[in-house]
Design a protein around this ligand. Structure first.
Ligand code: ADP
Ligand code: MG
Length: 710
């Protein structure tokens, strides 16, 4: 790229490059908060996409409102009053009159929002949106959104976007800013119109895709659901196309240039190792081992995904592969997503290699001083055969004398980054790569990120595992659930309570939060038990510390968010309670359930939700041949249940690999279409050098940069 002259740099060509603070309404404080969300420029803000929508598009007269539904009404504000509740919270209440001034039974109430009384007055015509509930014999809007009836539809009366936030930012603020960027203002044009169109016109015509500005507009402020779907499809198309281009280019390079050193073991030696394991391998483990072994023998680097249920025994396969590497004179890196899991792997290796085997060492940030020096030096000179650590540490800080095998124990669900990092390090030889995952992989992924992966499936559990009993409960049955938990703890067992979110929501909906739940239980139903709290905003070290205390039985009940999803073996934990269970995807629920039932005691999973009719929750208790559905069956069921409109629900938590597309749940047709277009483009322009592909080339570059591969 050529340097832009200084004058041009001062006046960027496009408003998209301006810092976010230049958008009307965004002050320096807000801009700082936005940076935490990765939003620096106005262009970044446009790409801060809604995570879901509230459907406030249905209008009803007050007298016709339906309880527990999202809806809107035009109303006249009656008396507005404020008082403190017994708990000291500020409560604002408003009477509502029908549009024509007729009295109504419906009221509105808000906790905490002092400004409601300041910004609205009795007699004002307003548009009000939210859920109504029965309070006594009348209906009440709780925490509704409110706008003057003649104001543009931003927070009410439409499909209303909901954005990912960070502490200090309010949902309404972010929505307002995006509305300004998308719709412009009285004296300014909409900035969204400046977003350059990356797709050639003929391609857009072929796939009937709206232009990029229209798609962004509809995705933030949809006119209706069908336009929203078309817009999502367009953004997903771009993202998948770029991914397909990136992977296809890379694949072309790898197949040309990749070499690995063959790793071999004699039959008798392998048989001896297997015979001295503390257990007999399952048939599935036997097959997976044979497949891995065959790959390792070849001079082409293995790219294999070992896929199997939680507890199906993936570690031992990785350990045996490491042992094959060792007898072939090569080193192995085993990377775990957390320090705690790395420690657990190191312990497993010690147990599995009780009769000798590879010299292995743990490398986490808790390994310091002399020990750290020893491990780093030993790895560099080759006296250590297997290094077990966290992804970051091993990737960034360690030099290997002869790295022959890299094992990536699930972190990134798709491991795109790890695969590429090791390949790209390529000092001549490429290590064999073994990825493990407990997430069932939908078929569509085999056509995208996994096109270059072979899969080994562990589709059976070791014998002797006790089935876990799953119950569905509503929140008003919780007293019994806590009682049961007390009994389990009384027997010396431990329990998990999982919540969908960290903090109580300011808007006051009643989605359970880990922080409030822990506090309430500690002072209430579980008083006297030892409670622990763990969530994603705690530092990794703190989280590990809590887990360690839980493992040491210093904590009876761990209240957490899904950070425990990829967790560790606590055989003593027998109860898993999931609050707000309808807010989780099936794969997540299944993972969570897999955290218990690993010991000798009978285990229970209790899914708590008011959504008694949720098909997902039903799938969790469904029986087939007298057992619960396994992960693969649940994954298939998940796809059946989610229609195209499922994104109207909350997006599953966890850092997405991509911004728009959930690779675990993408329309297979879109995958095919983008794969076809990527091939077509690369056939005529393999380096993406043509001017009409300039923006695509830049997007490919950005994709790799996001994976730190520039
Ligand atoms: P995951 O697939 O979830 O990584 P692990 O490898 O951690 O599972 O194995 C879970 C537990 O099962 C471990 O305690 C391990 O020692 C044990 N295990 C693994 N394979 C077998 C087997 N074939 N028979 C009995 N126990 C096994
Ligand atoms: Mg594992």
């Amino acid at each position: 790229m050529t340097e832009a002259p200084a004058r041009v740099r001062e006046h960027p060509r496009s408003s998209l490059d301006l810092p976010a603070v230049r958008l009307p309404g965004i002050g320096p404080e807000s801009a700082k908060l936005l940076e935490r969300l990765g939003v620096r420029t106005i262009g970044d803000l446009l790409w801060h996409l809604p995570t879901r929508y509230k459907d406030f598009s249905r209008f009803r007269p007050l007298r016709a409102l339906v309880a527990e539904q999202e809806q809107s009404a035009i109303a006249i504000l009656g008396e507005i009053s404020q008082r403190r509740t017994a708990r000291g919270q500020l409560l604002t209440e408003a009477e509502l009159l029908e549009e024509d001034g007729a009295p109504s039974q419906v009221r509105a109430s808000w906790f905490g929002r002092a400004f409601i009384k300041e910004t609205h007055r009795t007699g004002e015509r307003v548009r009000i949106s939210g859920r109504v509930r029965w309070v006594g014999r009348s209906l009440q809007f709780s925490q509704p959104a409110l706008e003057p009836a003649d104001a543009p539809l931003v927070h009410t009366g439409r499909l209303v976007p909901v954005y990912g936030l960070t502490e200090g930012l309010k949902d309404g603020q972010v929505r307002r800013w995006l509305h300004t960027a998308i719709e412009g203002g009285p004296r300014r044009t909409a900035i969204v119109g400046e977003v350059p169109e990356p797709l050639p016109q003929d391609l857009r015509n072929r796939h009937r895709l709206p232009d990029i500005a229209a798609a962004l507009r509809q995705v933030h402020f949809p006119d209706d659901e069908s336009r929203l779907l078309a817009a999502r499809r367009r953004l997903a198309f771009d993202e998948l196309l770029v991914l397909q281009l990136a992977l296809a280019q890379r694949r072309a390079r790898w197949t040309k240039d990749a070499h690995a050193s063959p790793l071999r073991v004699a039959d008798e030696q392998l048989a001896t190792w297997v015979a001295t394991l503390p257990f007999t391998l399952t048939a599935a483990q036997g097959r997976a081992l044979a497949e891995v072994r065959a790959d390792l023998e070849r001079p082409i680097p293995m790219s294999r995904l070992l896929e199997g249920e939680v507890g199906s025994g993936k570690t031992v396969i990785a350990a045996l592969a490491a042992r094959i590497a060792q007898v072939s004179g090569a080193q192995t890196a085993i990377m775990a997503p957390t320090e705690l899991l790395a420690e657990q792997h190191a312990r497993s290796l010690a147990a599995l290699f009780a009769d000798g085997g590879p010299r292995h060492a743990l490398l986490t940030s808790s390994v310091t001083g002399e020990e750290r020096k020893r491990v780093v030096a030993g790895t560099a000179e080759g006296s250590i055969d297997v290094v077990v650590g966290t992804h970051a540490l091993v990737e960034e800080n360690v030099v290997f004398a002869r790295l022959g095998l890299a094992v990536v124990d699930e972190q990134h669900r798709f491991g795109v980054r790890q695969r590429a990092t090791f390949r790209e390090k390529g000092d001549g030889l490429d290590p064999h790569l073994l990825l493990t995952t407990a997430t069932p992989i939908p078929q569509t992924l085999n056509q995208t990120v996994y096109r270059d992966l072979d899969v080994s499936l562990l589709d059976e559990l070791p014998i002797g595992r006790k089935p876990i009993t799953t119950h569905l409960r509503t929140p008003d049955q919780l007293a019994g659930v806590w009682e049961g938990m007390r009994i389990a703890v009384g027997r010396g067992q431990q329990a998990f309570v999982v919540c969908p979110r960290i903090d109580p929501d300011e808007a006051g909906d009643d989605i359970p939060s880990a922080i409030a739940t822990e506090r309430d239980l500690r002072m209430g139903e579980l008083r006297g038990l030892r409670l622990g709290l763990m969530h994603g905003r705690m530092a990794a070290k703190e989280r590990d510390d809590v887990m360690r205390r839980f493992a040491a039985r210093e904590i009876d009940v761990l209240v957490a968010t899904t950070v425990i999803e990829v967790g560790i073996d606590i055989p003593n934990a027998t109860v898993m309670v999931v609050l707000g269970a309808d807010r989780f995807g099936l794969a997540q629920l299944h993972q969570l359930r897999g955290r218990v039932g690993r010991g000798t005691e009978k285990a229970y999973c209790v899914l708590v939700s008011d959504a008694a009719d949720s098909p997902r929750l039903a799938a969790m208790v469904e029986q087939k041949d007298g057992r619960a559905l396994n992960g693969f069956e649940l994954a298939a069921r998940d796809l059946e249940i989610r229609g195209a409109g499922e994104f109207l629900g909350e997006r599953q938590s966890g850092a997405p690999e991509l911004r728009v597309v959930d690779l675990a749940d993408v329309d297979p047709r879109l995958v095919e279409e983008t794969a076809g277009e990527a091939d077509r483009i690369l056939r005529v322009d393999p380096e993406l050098g043509r001017s009409e592909h300039e923006l695509l080339a830049r997007a490919v570059e950005q994709l790799w940069r996001r994976y730190a591969l520039a």
